[in-house]
Structure formats: C-alpha cells, structure tokens
Design a protein around this ligand. Structure first.
Ligand SMILES: NC(=O)c1ccc[n+]([C@@H]2O[C@H](COP(=O)([O-])OP(=O)(O)OC[C@H]3O[C@@H](n4cnc5c(N)ncnc54)[C@H](OP(=O)(O)O)[C@@H]3O)[C@@H](O)[C@H]2O)c1
Length: 254
C-alpha cells in the first residue's frame, strides 16, 4: 500500500500566499496532501493563477485564493472566516507568512513607514491568529507557524522597524506556545536569512555579492528551502517541537 502523504487530509491557511515563500508553501502543502486556503493583498492575478496550477497538478485537492490584507483587523477577520468556511470549519495548520520590508535608516524613518511594517508583520499575528485559534483549540490538535526573520534575532542596519516586528513575532510565538501546548496545539517560528524572492531582488547587486560572501554557504536560500522546513513543522514528525525559532540562513550568523 502506498504511504500516506505527510499532510494528507490536513486543512491549511497561509497568509501572503501569492508570491515568494508563501507561494512555495502553498505548492508544497498541496503536493504533500493538504487542502489550502491562502490570502493575497495586491497580487490577485498571481494568486488565482497559483490556485489553478495547484488544482491542475493535484486533481481533487482543494485550493482557494482569498483577499487577505493582514494589517487591517476587520479585513483579516473576514479573510479568516472565509478561509475557515472554505475548509468546512476544519483547521490544522496556520502559516502566518505575509510580511513587508521598508528599509531605511532610523534617522530618516517616517512614522508611517514604522507603522506599516509593524502593522503588517506583527499586527497580523493578532489579526489573523485570534479568529483562528479556537478552531485549533477545539480540535485539541494543530499548529501555528510564524515566519519571522534572522533580522529579528540578530538585527540589521536599516531594519529597525522590520527587526522590531520580527522580534515581536518571536515573543508572540513563545508565549502562545506556552498557552496552547497543554491544549494539543504547537506554535513555532522559522527565521529565514537571505532567500531569493521579490523581497531580496530589490537589494543592490554589490550589496548582494557582499552578503553572499559572508554567508558560509555563499548563496541565498530558495523559497522552496523555507517551504520544506515549514511543511516538516506542519507534519506529525514535528509533533514534539513547540515554542522554537528555527533559523534557515545558510549559517548567516554562527
Ligand atoms: N526573502 C527573504 O529573504 C526573507 C528573509 C527573512 C524573512 N522573510 C519573511 O518571509 C515572509 C515572506 O517573504 P517573501 O520573501 O516571500 O516576500 P515577497 O516575495 O515580497 O512576498 C510577500 C507576500 O506577502 C504578502 N503581503 C505583503 N503585505 C501584505 C498585507 N498587508 N496583507 C496580506 N499579504 C501581504 C504579499 O501579497 P501580495 O503580493 O498579494 O501583495 C506576498 O504574497 C515575510 O514575512 C518576510 O518578512 C523573508
């Protein structure tokens, strides 16, 4: 008999699934047997195309692309409700992935830049997780996976707002893991270093070369590398892991 796929029968919600790491997570979760509802903000066409790609690649698997602006409380709540509805009220895995950078030195940073980064990256942890936590708890099984950043652990120049938001995600992850562990729900974070997506494509070439020379593996990671880690954490194989922050950065800081 064929071995069951690692995420067979799981219902997953992913924020920011239209591009980059989130899109790779949607693809891999579906390939590993899951039904997926994912959110997008601006990239509606890419999100719909991804959904069609997933349905074509995995007939019978369910996939929905839903508007999901995570920095807006009522909007995120609507996204969470629609995602849950699409998944027939069942939720096994929530991946809080959506995020933005607005890199600028602190001396030049405007308040609206600070607010946008904090509201999107950290505010979304409340906005999306709060309406979805009870379905996980009622089931006494499930996992919340938060995408933080190596910058949230180590800091990086030009990223005071981003690092603050990503550090906040780490505190949120550990506290929620302590609250939910006894209720059968695990909570972990992954902390990518430099990953090849639109986010890092904006870096100037000479800066990219310098950074690569400082990474022990001399290369940026791929969105698929991060998706593989998240799918492992979403699987039963990771059932005894909670409250952890797992860095995936080619050894960026050792
Ligand atoms: N790439 C890296 O090197 C790196 C390193 C460390 C951590 N991370 C983290 O990994 C996560 C994904 O990054 P990425 O590299 O894949 O970025 P990306 O390619 O820029 O994609 C960002 C995703 O987040 C969504 N998003 C942005 N703002 C949103 C909002 N307000 N509401 C809902 N969705 C929103 C985007 O949706 P639309 O396109 O639909 O607007 C898109 O799907 C982020 O949390 C990021 O901080 C990335």
């Amino acid at each position: 008999m064929a071995e069951a796929l690692p995420l067979s029968g799981r219902s997953c919600v992913v924020t920011g699934g239209s591009r980059g790491i989130g899109a790779a997570v949607v693809r891999l979760m579906a390939a590993q047997g899951a039904d997926v509802a994912f959110g997008y903000h601006h990239s509606a066409d890419r999100a719909e195309a991804l959904c069609e790609e997933v349905r074509a690649a995995h007939p019978g698997r369910r996939c929905a692309a839903l508007p999901g602006e995570v920095s807006d409380g009522p909007g995120a709540q609507k996204f969470a409700a629609e995602a849950l509805d699409f998944l027939d009220g069942r939720l096994d895995v929530l991946v809080n992935n959506a995020g933005v950078t607005r890199d600028v030195s602190f001396a030049r940073m405007r308040r609206d830049q600070w607010d946008e980064v904090l509201d999107t990256n950290l505010g979304s942890m409340f906005n999306v997780t709060r309406p979805l936590v009870m379905p996980l708890v009622r089931q006494r099984k499930g996992t919340v996976l938060n995408v933080t950043s190596a910058s949230g652990i180590h800091g990086a120049p030009g990223q005071t707002a981003y690092a603050a938001s990503k550090s906040g995600i780490i505190g949120f992850t550990k506290a929620l893991a302590k609250e939910l562990g006894g209720l059968g729900v695990t909570v972990n974070a992954v902390a990518p270093g430099f990953i090849e997506t639109d986010m890092t494509a904006a870096l100037p070439g000479p800066h990219t070369d310098l950074v690569k020379s400082m990474i022990p593996t001399h290369a940026f990671g791929s969105a698929e590398d991060v998706a593989a880690l998240l799918c492992f954490l979403a699987s039963d194989r990771a059932r005894y892991i909670t409250g952890q922050v797992i860095e995936i950065s080619g050894g960026l800081v050792l």
